[in-house]
Ligand binder design. Structure first.
Ligand code: BG6
Length: 462
């Protein structure tokens, strides 16, 4: 029995700084990701000749994309979510003219995808921005960033208007509250007020990008992208239930601004109580009214909230910290596995926004073993995804409009939080280890054949 509609956009999602490598090629400028060789929660360093970061080569997608796209096509992908490295287009961020070599690279990539009828979905900014904008302007704390982002967004909309019809503005826009350097180019110890002001600038830039996309590519759809940080109350104590509502609002408010066009009342109260006075101009208010066409999000795990001091022991997921749920098991990285949470989240977002939803990241980071015969038996990954996809099918039955599902890292890549390659998400194994050794050869895992069947049968094999 088919569980998914024929036009469901099956595929995978990757990000430039986690796959491309070629960090200094074809005029690319230095990005915030380049100066965090140990990942989002590692230190920010000055790059010096001879130092190394796994991300410098990553999985060499910059050069090997034809082979990788062919493998995605073999699985039957209909959609590939990628991100454009802003620094390939505007190396320092504030140039008047874009870098043609960078633009040409993504042309080649989109042409390759078109050969196989794979729709690109492009994130404008996925966990990286030009270091030039951080050093010279102080990152998103500076209002001028709105204009620099506009120039970049308009440039790529113009250039790829005939090739890309699905766009996303900022990856996991709510993460800036937890990792301000990666999110908005501010130091980790910045004040809350500075971070919220930078977030406001980014929300305005996101809305203006939506407007520009609608003007330049009228038949395109553009969405936001939220880190789906679903929280449950640890108990049914009313205080816990209310604290959970607030915790969920701490990330949902980004979606509220992007879908409803204004800062919600509960956030204005929060800012007031924190004595944070944001500079929101009349022009900003007008800009924010341009809302997204669809809502996309990542989902890996859920967490709990408690007001009980003693029970409030938090563990870190990729970005968020959360209290562990006693009813769930964990991945090798301590992320709690909760397939039903995905159905809950889909229903929650649908109820709240009534806009089509797109699951643009989901998957299991695990250690895989390449056997002597070149096979990789990753039944644990199949189990994880199978259980999550069954819940997506349930949500479809609930009447939720889901456009598609792009699993995170369909090919092994460098993880974001700690820049590891030992933590693998792919259906395709890449021969590279933590020391950077390996041939970079690609191998099909057991899950490769499984996902191929999922797509071919519309989920009948789940
Ligand atoms: C999401 C990011 O937070 O989680 C991805 O959008 C990231 O870039 C993914 O890779 C998984 O996290 P990690 O740290 O395991 O790579």
């Amino acid at each position: 029995m088919k569980r998914f509609p024929d036009n469901f956009l099956w595929g995978g999602a990757i990000a430039a700084n986690q796959v491309e490598g070629a960090w200094q090629e074809d005029g690319k400028g230095l990005s915030t990701s380049d100066v965090q060789p140990q990942g989002i929660f590692g230190p920010v360093v000055e790059r010096v000749p001879g130092d190394r970061s796994l991300k410098d080569i990553a999985i060499d997608f910059y050069h090997r994309y034809p082979e990788d796209v062919a493998l995605f096509a073999e699985m039957g992908f209909r959609c590939l979510r990628i991100s454009i490295a802003w620094t390939r287009i505007f190396p320092q961020g504030d140039e008047a003219q874009p870098n043609e070599a960078g633009l040409a690279y993504y042309d080649r990539l989109f042409d390759e995808l078109a050969r196989y009828n794979i729709q690109p979905m492009v994130t404008l900014s996925h966990y990286e921005m030009p270091m030039g904008l951080v050093k010279k302007y102080g990152g998103w704390g500076n209002r001028q960033l709105i204009d620099f982002f506009q120039r970049y967004a308009r440039t790529v909309f113009q250039r790829y208007q005939h090739k890309v019809k699905l766009w996303l503005t900022f990856n996991e826009i709510n993460m800036s509250l937890h990792a301000p350097f990666t999110g908005v180019g501010l130091p980790g110890d910045s004040s809350k007020g500075a971070i919220y002001q930078a977030i406001h600038h980014q929300l305005v830039a996101s809305a203006l990008a939506v407007k520009a996309c609608h003007e330049i590519i009228p038949d395109a759809k553009i969405g936001n992208m939220l880190l789906g940080g679903l929280m449950y109350p640890l108990s049914c104590k009313p205080e816990d239930v209310f604290a959970t509502l607030q915790e969920n609002r701490s990330w949902l408010f980004f979606g509220d601004v992007q879908c409803r066009g204004a800062w919600p009342g509960y956030m204005l109260r929060f800012l007031h109580e924190q004595q944070i006075e944001l500079e929101i101009t009349e022009e900003d208010r007008l800009a924010l009214r341009e809302t997204v066409d669809f809502v996309s999000f990542s989902y890996y795990m859920s967490g709990c909230v408690t007001t009980d001091e003693e029970l409030n022991q938090k563990a870190r997921g990729n970005i968020l910290s959360m209290v562990q749920n006693p009813h769930l098991t964990c991945s090798e990285w301590g992320w709690q596995i909760d397939p039903i949470g995905l159905r809950t989240l889909l229903n929650m977002l649908w109820d709240r926004y009534q806009k089509p939803l797109f699951i643009v990241e989901n998957g299991l980071g695990a250690k895989d073993k390449l056997e002597a015969d070149g096979t990789i038996q990753d039944s644990y990954r199949i189990d994880y995804m199978n259980d999550h996809l069954l819940q997506v099918a349930e949500a479809l039955e609930d009447g939720v409009k889901v456009m598609g599902y792009t699993s995170w890292g369909p090919i092994d890549l460098i993880s974001a939080s700690k820049a590891e390659i030992a933590k693998r998400y792919g259906f395709i194994y890449v021969d590279r280890n933590e020391q950077g050794e390996g041939t970079l050869a690609r191998y099909r895992k057991q899950s490769f054949w499984w996902y191929q069947q999922v797509i071919a049968t519309g989920g009948a094999n789940l």
